[in-house]
Ligand binder design. Structure first.
Ligand code: 2P0
Length: 346
């Protein structure tokens, strides 16, 4: 069989999101109740998810590990409506059915509806200017709300898989605290789900530095595809992640901020290096991002143990211990501390 025939066969046999939903909801399909409401936190990856092995099911090339952001996240209420079209409100504002956000939501809800539309009200406490991914908390809250609406009573593993079908990082947002998303190896992705780690580290602080709220030049979904398909350095990424995960798990166990910070910062910077190695090259950084990185490195040189991570945007997040809080906040103007230990409420 030649290559194109193999590719064709793989495509023909490839599983769809609807196949996964069918399997998970087997025997649980029922008429919706009046409404369902749920909260899910945003999360910041300490070891990043960057690149998929399956674009349809959002199956990642590697595992990843994150910290959920406490009460910063999304609360979503969903209810069936009379008409066939979905109506969506974000922070009280009705969104156009033509907006990319609503189109993506509607496509996802097609997996669950039986002919009717939904009214979806989402209130987000994620600071827009901080450039945090809203898709993670948004899809996780939506799945948790659907679980309420339909009374599926699915366990967290199944809910994490359903959230992944909406957005990869949403698989981690169905949990509080430190969370690992296992890459899995199966074609159907039933072993690709997140789990909460048994770690409590209330002294660890996460701070957000909002440097720019301008729209990204390229969305993370397209950027990770471009990197996987064209990045000269991408071949090194899975091995880098494997090593960083060992370091991060060990650092969380030993409460070692230096080990954690080093692995998390190096992981984020390597992710950005893989993006730069692709064509077209992708660089999310602004001059302010570089200045902040240099300020972090200068602080460490002067004995302040502060580390950083960056996602698919120009903003920088800082990691440090509570005992160094005043030394860090006086160096980084506008730093917003996240109460990762405070749970959000529905
Ligand atoms: C992460 N990011 O681990 C990485 C680091 C951005 C940089 O997950 O296509 O919105 O919906 O699965 O989850 C952003 O990607 O992508 C992301 P899709 P997603 O947090």
């Amino acid at each position: 069989m030649n290559v194109s025939r193999v590719a064709w066969r793989r495509k023909e046999c490839a599983l769809k999101k609807s196949d996964v939903v069918e399997e998970l909801l087997d025997g649980r399909r029922r008429a919706p109740g009046a409404s369902g409401t749920a909260f899910a936190p945003a999360n910041i990856a300490l070891c990043k998810y960057w690149g998929k092995r399956d674009d349809e099911l959002n199956l990642p090339m590697t595992s990843s590990l994150s910290l959920s952001l406490g009460a910063l996240g999304a609360t979503t209420e969903i209810a069936p409506c009379d008409g066939p079209a979905d109506r969506v409100w974000l922070n009280g504002e009705a969104l156009s059915g033509e907006s990319p956000f609503v189109r993506r939501l509607t496509a996802y809800l097609d997996l669950y509806r039986s002919g009717h539309g939904y009214d979806v009200h989402t209130v987000s406490t994620v600071p827009v200017a901080a450039g945090l991914a809203s898709s993670a908390s948004g899809f996780a809250a939506l799945v948790l709300a659907l679980n309420e609406l339909y009374g599926w009573e699915l366990d967290r593993k199944a809910l994490s898989i359903l959230a992944r079908l909406g957005s990869g990082s949403a698989s981690r947002s169905v949990f509080d605290g430190f969370v690992e998303w296992h890459a899995g190896a199966r074609d159907d992705g039933m072993d690709s789900y997140a789990e909460r780690l048994d770690v409590s580290w209330p002294e660890l602080r996460l701070g957000l530095l909002a440097l720019s709220s301008a729209e990204k030049p390229v969305g993370s979904r397209d950027a990770m595809k471009n990197t996987r398909d064209t990045g000269a350095l991408y071949a090194a990424w899975p091995e880098k992640v494997a090593g960083d995960l060992v370091e991060i798990r060990g650092a969380l166990r030993d409460k070692d901020v230096e080990r954690l910070g080093r692995a998390a910062e190096s992981n984020a910077l390597t992710m950005h290096a893989t993006m730069l190695s692709g064509w077209p090259p992708i660089l999310y950084w602004l001059p302010e991002s570089v200045q902040t990185l240099q300020a972090v490195w200068a602080a460490r040189k002067e004995g302040v143990p502060v580390y950083c991570t960056m996602d698919a945007g120009p903003n920088v997040k800082l990691l440090f211990l509570d005992e160094d809080r005043s030394r860090v906040t006086e160096r980084f103007e506008g730093l917003q501390l996240v109460e990762t230990n405070r749970k959000g409420s529905a």
